[in-house]
Write a protein of this length. Structure first.
Length: 327
């Protein structure tokens, strides 16, 4: 046991400095100009998953570019049967990448109680294989119920990955929530994911010690799900399963009508090792080949990406390169 532990420590620490030396910046959005439509899709969801209490809208009052920041705004306001609105964006069909290092400099609002901000990645193909077969990498989630229970909402956060062949085969790996020594809200902090052939490791504020680690080598059943391009997402939910608040009365972070909370993203940057460029944007043939060969798919899909047989009787919304997504 002692020998294994020493080897583990050596393996755990030495590669980090090597990676730091070898990475170079290959793509970024600094939000210094209105690049929202170029790199991002603003999602419209009236009934999101996870028992969330808000609608996601494409209104500039919920998602905009402001003073060099992407701003996602959660607000207590009635909209389409919900008590709250907020914003969620993704880079699907516009920017995705495989392996490397991604970091975002984020200022989260005070979270107590009920706000659930997130920075995460989704596999490129949910419209073809569904979730969780597309794979999901949650780099940052904050506002968990454990923080509410222990009055550590402003210091507690977590990482996680999800995969599996179908909804009934959903698997996940989390090392549990982490409680930082300092407040991670109210000011900017850097959240980083380092992703290679073997591991996913997440870091806070350039620490040399990861707050999350997952092994994704071919000895693990997660291997096939985490070695393909992924796209980027930012959102801020209100209530739901993560904070375990399922009614509007208990959302104390937005106590009265018109109250709002803002999540600021100063930048998001992708680095890759010297000699490797696995980033695809709208301008590259690689991204078009991954998706629809430049053609829009006219089929209908459930909100988790499963193709439906024929046109259903209820209305939907357009995301994912013009695909018709049904709520």
């Amino acid at each position: 046991m002692k020998i294994k532990f020493i080897i583990y420590l050596l393996f755990y620490t030495i590669p980090l400095s090597i990676h730091a030396q070898n990475y170079k910046l290959v793509w970024s959005d600094e939000f210094n100009e209105n690049s929202l439509n170029k790199n991002w899709n603003v999602e419209v969801l009236d009934n999101p998953y996870n028992n969330e209490l808000q609608c996601y809208t494409n209104s500039s009052s919920n998602v905009n570019i402001e003073n060099g920041n992407l701003v996602i705004i959660a607000r207590r306001e009635s909209h389409n049967g919900k008590y709250f609105t907020s914003g969620r964006i993704n880079s699907s069909t516009k920017v995705n990448f495989k392996h490397g290092k991604i970091e975002a400099r984020i200022k989260m609002p005070k979270l107590a109680n009920g706000l659930w901000p997130a920075f995460w990645l989704m596999g490129e193909d949910p419209q073809n294989v569904g979730w969780p077969a597309c794979g999901e990498i949650d780099i940052l989630e904050a506002g968990h119920s454990d923080g509410i229970k222990n009055s550590t909402q402003e210091r507690l956060f977590s990482g996680c990955i999800h995969w599996g062949s179908s909804l009934t085969d959903h698997r996940m790996w989390t090392t549990g929530a982490v409680t930082s020594e300092y407040d991670i809200t109210g000011d900017y902090h850097i959240f980083t994911a380092v992703w290679d052939d073997s591991y996913l490791r997440f870091y806070l504020d350039n620490s040399t010690k990861p707050y999350y680690e997952a092994t994704i080598t071919n000895e693990y059943d997660s291997y096939n799900y985490f070695h393909k391009p992924f796209y980027i997402l930012f959102n801020m939910a209100v209530g739901g399963d993560y904070p375990n608040i399922l009614n509007a009365e208990n959302i104390t972070s937005l106590p009265t009508e018109g109250c709002e909370a803002k999540m600021y993203i100063d930048y998001v940057r992708i680095y890759q090792e010297e000699g490797k460029v696995n980033v695809y944007t709208q301008e590259t043939a690689g991204l078009k080949n991954v998706y629809t060969q430049g053609k829009k798919d006219t089929a209908y899909y459930s909100i988790n990406g499963m193709k439906l047989n024929g046109k259903p009787s209820w209305d939907g919304i357009y995301i994912h390169n013009g695909k018709k997504i049904i709520e």
